[in-house]
Write a protein that binds this ligand. Structure first.
Ligand code: C2E
Length: 880
């Protein structure tokens, strides 16, 4: 038996050795192959128990290492921890020397340095801890209490901000560590302590403390990687965290449960051990009872934990949202005029932190002189709200300038409303502040480009209209006359042709300066383009005008040096007098033009007053007016259609209806010529109604044939636009044709819209309410009061073809087009470029983000039959 024992023992030992060797070899092979395939991940390890710390065995311990171990096992990663101080760890992560850093709270600043996964790894928050018998049962019980916490920490700032909302103040008892905050309470030197909840829940029992129902400053904690690197790790973490967090019984929740439980007491006095053994027996019995109770408590704790996570997650979502939104979200106490909440993006906007802004008086957040206006708006809104005349959904909008930390100013648009805070029950102002610096500078640039001639710096036709209106108002009030001069240089074309455009341009600038010096300060000189200058001489009769004009002719005729050439040019000037020759700008311009032509025909280098005898020149206008009366009834009008295209895809997005007049003897006439005649004779109403009806019917035909583009645009004249029955008239035509209103777009020129913006606004709102779309035509040429433009309910801005034409050569035009596109984008409108004739123009428009284009390059205006054929042939390219 003994022998058998020896033999069997020997065999077993030998067998064990063989197995051990084989197993070792296997392990080696497995180790080698796994080392070859496993992804080694270097992880930062720093001390922040219980989230992450060095365990008694010298290895990484705590919640994050355990969660990561779970993830790594599933992903097949091999973890290697690198011990470092927190800030050193972040530095190493920055430099790519470690792959992953656990326990990193997400913030927009950090997003610039690191990359994060999506699923929150751990929710963390700050918690108040108290002695069992302290009587602290709510936030309000903290009033006047001594609270121990890390002095100068973010926790202190956050707790103060939160309690300020409840009018609760406390006395700070500073501590250097969480342990010390607890010790201070245990010694009676503080009434409560603040700590991270994970740390606190473990340690509080050792100091006979329990949690008080006050939590704040929630944050989501993540694993972070070097920015843009190790994205596979982040994807792996999300891949594993998602199911782990969805399953209440998963390892994730067991880890949380284990670490969120109180820490075990480590030191047990030896003399108590015996007693403990005795008690153990009783303990076993009680243990069974306790296990049952515990499992119930655990279930509830898990539920509480789950609810807490849900709350934290939703809070985190709001926080992420507030941080990621570029605009600043805020609330303001209307009584103290202090901000009670400001979102972090304020730092991007003004360079101040939210806390700094909350500590500033309102005045310090506004440019000097703006407080009164803002205060007045707040007071009025509050009064209206209290009187029931304003509701929470009624927002007020203001544009205000705000100072930045560096002393510069930023233009902002502030939209705010009054609402009752559901927690405090007090009224507050809530709002959103947006940076509109770019929009403002676009506005200024467009104003400059749109109102001044870029070559000479003189006002252009747009500003002329404005100056004329001022002069007219003054003249009417004082019963005065004034003169309008039309100056054209003689034989300027020859200079351009023989010496080149540069020489021509230089001459135009010299003449502009001479004209400016010859006039009085209140007079206006502007350039209409080419070699045409217009002057307005205020408070001046015919004799006065003649005297000035003689001086001008003398001055302009003086020789001037352009490059190596000495040039002499004379002007021809026509004069029209207000109010004898006309009371509006167009009439006076036309008459001064007629007089100037007479000079050109008879005696260049001289001047003429307009006379009724010159009326003969306008015979054509009279002829057109009388012929136009028969045009509608006589069936001489018809419509052409020009398709509009998406700049990027070249799909057909719409079409514009353009009226044509075929007169039996005058031939085909351009609308540019006969529309003004129709407007001045009142025939435009009949003509406009015909165009609308015809366009609606044609659109119906396209629809029936299944080839209709999304919408058809029709031009509206200023006269039509002023008619109060316009919306009714449009509705009737659409109903009769059976067209949905949103398929029709009305184009009105910028000049019409801005002529009387308040009225235009009212009409546009009515039209928009009926469902039709609105486009602002010829944009860039009118007097753009952009604060109105923003309020217009227009869908599209049409960039005038005069800017598009010279995109290739003229930097100013490129700048205008660019600015209009940006402006439209900032106002949420689409842009349509008109008159696109070359691929180069289209490429520029595409690069600048213009949405749609119309022009000969893509398709010319065509008769209805051709248009139908075009649509049918391009059916596949029509946007539906
Ligand atoms: N050089 C060039 N021109 C291009 C190009 N693509 C289109 N066009 C022309 O540009 C004009 C665009 O129309 P608009 O700016 O609304 O300007 C229109 C609009 O203001 C007015 N108009 C036309 N039809 C109507 C109408 O039914 N009612 C009213 N009130 N006005 C109309 O007459 C103006 C002139 O009309 P049209 O002579 O048909 O001239 C049209 C069109 O033929 C291109 O690539 N190069």
């Amino acid at each position: 038996m003994f022998q058998r024992f020896i033999i069997s023992h020997g065999l077993r030992a030998a067998a064990t050795q063989v197995v051990a060797v084989l197993f070792g070899a296997l392990l080696l092979v497995a180790g080698l192959s796994s080392a070859a395939s496993a992804r080694e991940v270097v992880v930062g390890l720093y001390e922040n128990e219980p989230k992450i710390f060095t365990g008694s065995d010298g290895r990484a311990a705590g919640i994050f290492p355990e969660i990561l171990r779970e993830i790594a096992a599933r992903e097949g990663w091999q973890l290697r921890y690198e011990r470092c101080e927190w800030s050193v760890c972040l530095g190493l992560l920055d430099a790519g020397e470690i792959d992953l850093m656990p326990d990193v709270a997400f913030s927009s600043e950090r997003l610039e340095r690191f990359s994060f996964h999506d699923v929150v790894a751990l929710h963390s928050w700050s918690q108040v801890f108290k002695p069992t018998d302290s009587g602290i049962e709510s936030i309000l019980d903290l009033d006047g209490k001594r609270i121990a916490m890390l002095a100068g920490s973010v926790q202190e700032v956050a707790l103060r901000a939160m309690l300020a909302g409840f009018d609760v103040e406390f006395e700070l008892v500073p501590a250097d560590s969480f342990d010390e905050t607890f010790a201070l309470v245990a010694r009676g030197d503080a009434d409560a302590a603040v700590a991270n909840h994970l740390f606190g829940v473990r340690r509080a029992p050792q100091y006979a403390l329990v949690t008080a129902p006050v939590v704040f400053q929630p944050s989501g904690l993540f694993f972070a990687t070097t920015r843009g690197r190790n994205l596979d790790l982040l994807a792996g973490i999300d891949r594993q965290l998602q199911p782990l967090k969805a399953d209440q019984s998963s390892q994730y929740f067991r880890i949380l449960e284990r670490w969120a439980a109180p820490a075990p007491e480590f030191v047990v006095p030896t003399m108590l051990r015996k007693l403990m053994f005795t008690l153990l027996a009783i303990g076993v019995v009680l243990g069974v009872v306790v296990i049952v109770l515990r499992s119930q408590v655990r279930a509830r704790t898990r539920e509480r934990e789950r609810l807490a996570i849900e709350v934290m997650e939703s809070e985190q979502r709001y926080r992420d949202l507030a941080e990621s939104i570029y605009d600043v979200i805020w609330t303001l106490d209307p009584e103290t005029l202090r901000f009670t909440y400001v979102s972090p993006s304020v730092e991007r906007l003004r360079g101040y932190t939210p806390e700094e802004v909350m500590n500033m008086p309102l005045e310090a957040t506004l440019a000097p002189g703006q407080l009164g206006r803002v205060q007045e708006v707040i007071a009025r809104s509050m009064a209206e709200y209290i009187a029931g005349e304003r509701s929470t959904s009624d927002a007020v909008m203001l544009e205000v300038e705000q100072p930045r930390r560096d002393g510069s100013m930023v233009w902002t648009e502030v939209v705010g409303n009054i609402a009752r805070n559901p927690i405090t029950g007090r009224l507050e102002v809530r709002g959103v502040t947006r940076d509109i610096t770019e929009r403002r500078s676009n506005e200024a640039r467009i104003q400059q480009l749109a109102h001044y001639d870029q070559l000479t710096g003189l006002p252009n036709r747009v500003l002329l209209r404005d100056r004329f209106a001022q002069l007219q108002a003054l003249a009417q009030r004082h019963g005065q006359q004034f003169a309008l001069l039309f100056l054209d240089l003689d034989h300027f074309k020859n200079i351009n042709d023989t010496l080149g455009h540069d020489a021509g341009d230089q001459l135009l600038v010299v003449i502009a300066r001479r004209l400016e010096t010859a006039l009085r300060a209140g007079d206006t000189v502007c350039r209409l383009g080419g070699d045409e200058y217009i002057m307005l001489l205020g408070e001046c009769d015919a004799d006065g005008a003649a005297a000035v004009v003689r001086k001008l002719i003398e001055l302009v005729s003086e020789p001037c040096t352009v490059g190596a050439h000495e040039l002499v040019t004379t002007p021809s000037i026509g004069i029209a007098m207000y109010p004898d020759d006309g009371e509006d700008l167009e009439t006076l311009l036309r008459k001064a033009d007629v007089a100037m032509y007479r000079v050109k025909h008879e005696n260049r280098g001289d001047f003429r007053f307009y006379t009724s005898e010159m009326q003969a020149h306008t015979e054509r206008a009279l002829l057109l007016a009388s012929a136009l009366r028969h045009a509608v009834a006589g069936g001489q009008l018809h419509l052409h259609y020009q398709p509009q295209f998406d700049v990027s895809t070249r799909q057909v997005t719409g079409a514009e209806a353009l009226v044509r007049w075929s007169h039996p003897s005058l031939g085909v006439l351009s609308p540019a010529e006969f529309i003004p005649v129709a407007e001045s004779t009142g025939l435009i109403n009949e003509l406009g109604a015909w165009v609308l009806r015809e366009a609606a019917r044609e659109l119906r035909r396209w629809q029936d044939e299944g080839v209709a583009p999304p919408m058809l645009a029709v031009n509206l004249s200023a006269v039509q636009f002023r008619r109060p029955d316009l919306p009714e008239c449009i509705r009737r035509e659409l109903d009769e044709a059976g067209i949905q209103p949103e398929r029709l777009e009305l184009e009105l020129t910028e000049a019409v819209a801005m002529d009387d913006p308040e009225k235009a606004l009212h009409m546009m709102r009515q039209l928009a309410a009926s469902g039709v779309r609105i486009a602002i035509d010829d944009f860039g040429t009118g007097y753009s009061s952009l604060s109105y433009l923003k309020r217009f309910t227009a869908h599209r801005l049409k960039i005038d073809q005069s800017f598009v034409r010279d995109i290739g050569e003229d930097e100013d035009d490129r700048a205008i087009v660019r600015a209009i596109i940006r402006l439209a984008q900032s106002l949420g409108m689409h842009t349509v470029a008109e008159g696109v004739e070359t691929e180069e123009q289209l490429a520029f428009l595409k690069a600048e983000g213009c949405d749609e284009a119309q022009g000969y390059l893509l398709a010319r205006p065509m008769p209805a039959d051709d248009m139908r054929a075009f649509l049918a042939a391009n059916r596949a390219l029509i946007v539906r």
